[in-house]
Design a protein around this ligand. Sequence first.
Ligand code: ARG
Length: 584
Amino acid sequence: MNDPITLLNDRFANALATAFGEDYRTTDPILRPAQNPKFGDYQANVAMGLSKKLSQNPRDIATKIIENIDLAGICETPEIAGPGFINLKLANTYLTQILAALAGDPRLGVSTKPNPQTVVVDYSSPNVAKEMHVGHIRSTVIGDAIVRTLEFLGDTVIRQNHIGDWGTQFGMLIEYMLTHDNPDNAHLLDASRLNTLYKASKAEFDSNPDFAEQARQRVVKLQGGETQTLDVWKTLVNSSSAYFQSIYERLGVKLTADDACGESFYNDQLADTVADLEEKDIISESNGAKCAFPKGFTGKDDEPMPLIIQKSDGGFLYATTDLAAVRYRVTDLKAHRVVYVTDSRQKQHFAMFFQTATEAGWLDNGTTLEHVPFGTILGEDKTPFKTRSGDTIRLVDLLDEAEQRATDILTEKQADFDPDQLRQIAKVVGIGAIKYADLASDRVKDYIFSWDRMMATDGNAAPYLQYAHARIQSIFNKANASFDQLDLSPDALPINDPAERALVLKLVQFPEVLHSVADRLEPHHLCAWLYDLATAFNRFFTNCPVLRADNDTQKNARLVLCHATAAGLKLGLSLLGIHAPERM
Ligand code: ARG
């Protein structure tokens, strides 16, 4: 990779080895982008940390590093500041070179991972016969951004939609369908019918003991594979899947029907999974139930905390299915990394079965399991997001409103779209705004749902970024220029103005940002970069005339900067699953 951080890290490794011995080659030079341009572009903070170990004053250490580092052609002469910070300013010639390289590269300088992995991403995972709630939407949107980023960096990603399509609740649902519906229940149910079905059957289950008993027997029939029962179950699953798929299509996420691998898929692996755990002495009986007591989990009075694997009546649980899924993903899917995107309230569930899987030796080949938790969406009143009347919010209503609001904004700004164009752009802007709001804040924190904030054309919101992108297209139109006509040779790319410099510096950070998103599974760092990029671009555009540049070379350089910015916005947004329209 040809980005500054990689190159500088490499040069520091050599300098540390020469100055203090080979052992120091792997010492982290702690390189960070400088907070203030006064201190240059990057700062290396390694000297302070080494002081104790080397029993030397940090300024002396910094001096020795500088004496031994080869930064020719990369940086101006480094400066030491304060207790021993090393301030680095990239040479303009170097910046010009990387700008030339990245502007002509469809990947914008981002190389693939040196060791690509097979990664299973378990996300979305809604439940059959229930409406998808906002938590499933967050999982869907965050998971999709993770999938796209990992794929872009070269991983083989296997999407797994762990749909809740099995369990005792199906006894009640099927029994209700058979007693209240036309017995040939082969037709698909629409979303609203599914929604009322769950509530109605639950109400009957709770109030009618005869029905409850029938429902319990229905579970046995389902597990025994009785034909009529299984047919109704399939209708339920197919109806829900069609509804989920309609939402995925509207959201524009990558999930397809082929990615569904729900709980029912593991049904015939459960007994074997339990047997495996028993053989490894991981299971003990507690009140008649088979439980694991994963190390490190204690409840009240330091009692070991059980993870129930099989109930006393023989029934299996959510955790049992997840344990079977680990085995399948490691052994059959050959995953190096398994990532689970859910609400943070499930944290303990994941931690406990991860530990159980570790103790069972299923991860001995080095597979890692990672829970990617996220917080709750809150309303303006800081309680979980609900409608005015206290009902859960229907996703379709949310998406409709987003598109309507986008239409209003677009109509206000520019009148000359034809109705078709307007509808199309409004869709991209409205859906983009909703998705971006889910991605832009640190995912573990709760966030407050605010239409004004997410639709903003002047803040950390998708429309702001989409505007910047569209604006650049119009600059090219006005200049009557196209990218192919631009000169990318370093001589034709003078970078002089501080606003030009700041923009290039942002652009060259793209590789390091993306690789960190992939490591930490935190898409908000990509959002922050996009926001900074658009802001640096707007400042540049205010300070540095493009169409009325001083001369042709300057105009060329500025158009190249415009092009690279647009490419960065478009690519970055696409990795979040958001489109950047050409016009807005
Ligand atoms: N269906 C679950 C729910 O709605 C989410 C499943 C997450 N994935 C998993 N492997 N447990 O809460």
